[in-house]
Design a protein around this ligand. Sequence first.
Ligand SMILES: *[C@@H]1O[C@H](CO)[C@@H](O)[C@H](O)[C@H]1NC(C)=O
Ligand SMILES: *[C@@H]1O[C@H](CO)[C@@H](O)[C@H](O)[C@H]1NC(C)=O
Ligand SMILES: *[C@@H]1O[C@H](CO)[C@@H](O)[C@H](O)[C@H]1NC(C)=O
Length: 257
Amino acid sequence: MFVGTLFVQALLAVSALAFPSSRERFERRAATRNGKPRPLLSHSNATHDTYDETWAGGIISSNAGTYKSVVGTFTAPPLSVPPGSSSSGEYATSAWVGIDGATCQTAIWQAGIDMYIKDGSASYYPWYEWYPAGSVYYDDLTVSEGDSLTVNVTATSTTTGTVTIKNNSNGQSKSSTVSYNYPLCEQDAEWIVEDFYYGDSTVHLVDWNTVAFTDAVAKTSSKSVAPTSGYTYDLEQSGKILSSTTLGSSTVTIKYV
Ligand SMILES: *[C@@H]1O[C@H](CO)[C@@H](O)[C@H](O)[C@H]1NC(C)=O
Ligand SMILES: *[C@@H]1O[C@H](CO)[C@@H](O)[C@H](O)[C@H]1NC(C)=O
Ligand SMILES: *[C@@H]1O[C@H](CO)[C@@H](O)[C@H](O)[C@H]1NC(C)=O
């Protein structure tokens, strides 16, 4: 399933963390990304705010070949067990920026963090992923609550890209240059909080408080495009609305409600 990634060593690295292991996280996300349909919007609907079972956030859509780069800065949020849920057990979500996956279903070029709380203790794991290939984790980048991260995913062609995750607190960053045989359309750009799948069901959603993307911008080959030119997704599960997203000229704010 991995086609030509140049940076597989993160997958092979043995994680020192007991929970969840790099391998477990990889298998969870790989199961998701390879088995489940993405939210599918037709172009005629790509201007409407809408509800979705797994994605919350801001999405802009255009013609194929439009978006070359998506950037956003956010702070790893405090995590809580959702109201009414057992305080033991595991709850999770992801926050990421990406190209495609809303109206384009063939591939997604995305990067961000997974967030888990278990027995009151929070963990954050940075990754990138060129769906439908699995996630690659930066196991040596330790993210803690309150860290400000800037994530930049760039498509240098429909099958090659670069990713940078930068820690704004200390200036350190991780970058990778990748190549996959899953062509992008380059027609969606998004800033997302996701209730991701592992196996056949989504993870138990954590209360992520607020993920606020700032300096959020998508670049075409000639200009910058603001989130306000797009629309919102909010999470709806079993008839319950679980998020509230607002778009600004350079912000996408996704609150757990
Ligand atoms: C398209 O948007 C309209 C208006 O918001 C909504 O009623 C309809 O359900 C949407 N259709 C799809 C397939 O999302
Ligand atoms: C970011 O920098 C801060 C301050 O040096 C550090 O505590 C934190 O672990 C770093 N996080 C990452 C993801 O590098
Ligand atoms: C994102 O990364 C690309 C490729 O490295 C770079 O050209 C671009 O300037 C970066 N964008 C921002 C806003 O830093």
